[in-house]
Design a protein around this ligand. Structure first.
Ligand SMILES: Nc1ncnc2c1ncn2[C@@H]1O[C@H](COP(=O)(O)OP(=O)(O)O)[C@@H](O)[C@H]1O
Ligand SMILES: [Mg+2]
Length: 201
């Protein structure tokens, strides 16, 4: 599903990934940890094709990629529901159906009543949940999540974990998910890769 074959990634003089190889099979839920600035987001961006490796190869097999960015990256001039339905509309789903799916996901993530609110009027935790709903809208077969639960209160986090766990299991989604918190990682992931000094350990 995901294969890194001797991947090196440099930003000018800074080598962030140094000859890294790993693979993730279909249906695996993998966690990734590592200190801030070590290159975790870079790995996700390489998988999504937003960045290209400096050398080596990244191969992925996925027809529907869901990506929850570290900074939620919502579109400011669209409502919460408009953001969630955007990937569906882009795939040619009719407005009625897109809206029904979007509303269901928003209810599911505790965002009922905020469909018509613009991102700037939502709290950070709500913005993260809108971003999660948007990533899930297309029923991704590959889901990348970059510290998606930062800023959520513990109770809410717990609920979302439970829901996400069920959904991932049901849809057999392959997941790579970044977090600083080991307890978050062990909760969802069947294995965790740790990233340090340009290498996976
Ligand atoms: N577009 C970029 N240009 C230059 N340096 C970058 C760029 N993106 C990230 N970096 C640097 O690469 C390193 C890894 O960044 P990142 O992948 O965001 O780490 P992490 O997600 O683990 O915190 C950091 O030192 C960061 O400053
Ligand atoms: Mg990051």
């Amino acid at each position: 599903m995901i294969e890194f074959d001797r991947v090196t990634k440099k930003y000018k003089d800074l080598t962030v990934l140094d000859d890294v190889s790993f693979s993730i099979s279909r249906g695996e839920v993998v966690g990734m940890s590592g200190q801030s600035g070590v290159g975790k987001s870079t790995i996700l961006k390489l998988i999504a094709g937003i960045l290209q490796p400096s050398s080596g190869r990244v191969r992925i097999q996925a027809s529907r990629l869901g990506y929850v960015f570290q900074e939620s990256r919502l579109i400011s001039w669209k409502t919460a529901l408009g953001n969630v339905t955007l990937p569906l509309r882009a795939r040619g789903i009719c407005p009625y159906e897109a809206s029904a799916t979007g509303r269901r996901l928003m209810d599911w993530l505790g965002l009922h009543g905020f469909e018509d609110t613009f991102p700037a009027r939502l709290s950070g935790g709500m913005q993260q949940r809108v971003a999660l709903a948007r990533a899930l809208a297309i029923k991704p077969d590959l889901l990348l999540m970059d510290e998606p639960f930062n800023g959520l209160d513990p109770h809410l986090k717990d609920n979302i974990f439970n829901l996400l766990e069920k959904k991932i299991e049901k849809d057999l989604t392959t997941v790579l998910y970044v977090s600083h918190y080991l307890e978050e990682l062990s909760r969802l992931a069947s294995r965790t890769i740790h990233f340090k000094g340009g290498k996976l350990t």
